[in-house]
Design a protein around this ligand. Sequence first.
Ligand SMILES: Cc1ncc(COP(=O)(O)O)c(C=O)c1O
Length: 341
Amino acid sequence: MEKKNIDWSSIGFGYMQTDKRFVSNFKNGAWDDGVLTSDANVVISECAGVLQYAQTCFEGLKAYTTEDGHIVTFRPDLNASRMKDSCLRLEMPVYPEDKWIEAVVKVIEANEAYVPPYGSGATLYIRPYMFGSNPVIGVKPADEYQFRIFATPVGPYFKGGAKPITIRVCDFDRAAPHGTGHIKAGLNYAMSLHAIVDAHQNGFDENMYLDAATRTKVEETGGANFIFITKDGKVVTPQSPSILPSITRRSLIYVAKEILGLEVEEREVFFDEVKDFAECGLCGTAAVISPVGKIVDHGNEICMPSGMDQMGPVIQKLYDTLTGIQMGHLEAPEGWIKVIK
Ligand SMILES: Cc1ncc(COP(=O)(O)O)c(C=O)c1O
């Protein structure tokens, strides 16, 4: 398969239309078989449930080329299962998990020419999503839905290496107790847009959200979970019912415990403790781990001892091990790597 003539090392983290996408429709209580189509446009009623009441959820995962030339994806079963949880919470019909993974595979295969080569740093980002498609004017769930998956090549998240970022404690809340913070609903991201624009305007890279009920505990950022390292080398990660269960974070915890032999604490993390940690990072599919160098709380600066030049040593080890597993340099735990071809 001939690759597209793309300068892989210069593409950014943006959308590029590729050849094929998967579409399946839910009508009269059942999903159809679904097809791959060349049509990148969605045509729905002006009154569709998604447009009026934001009934939509999504997932994000990557396909990439390993050192030995295979095209693989990482733990898609966890994305399928998280999307099921999102659908149930939003009164949307679940797309069966085995078929969900099959459809992801079809989209990767159909867009093989867009899977970046090994060593380019770029990957094929896969975006499955679902939305209410029929007219809804009274506030209620839609009766008809569309499930789609598109793929787009994305560049290395950090060009020229991962430099530590500066984040701020945010005065806006991301998720209410008993709300939708634990699922990947579009509405969670819509309400974070003002906060991130405001953070950027004030010179910060990201927002640290605290728990909405007490504003004393660390939750997550708009698009990643936190991971902290104590001065004696323990891995600490916030546990909360209102944060998204990051697949990267869950994988890093396994790597820390089972491969690196580190002690791990998944627990409530009070903001007051943050000044005592040695390292801090944000974890998610896009960047795996972004190091945090500075956290600003209304003018009070917490400078992580790992500094503003590079990742701290423990986070670096976690990063190297997980990316080594993903790229095929290190043996993967059972079931983590799905080989497409
Ligand atoms: C709010 C939020 N938290 C955490 C994550 C990281 O999750 P994952 O590691 O599954 O990409 C994401 C990105 O998907 C996110 O949007």
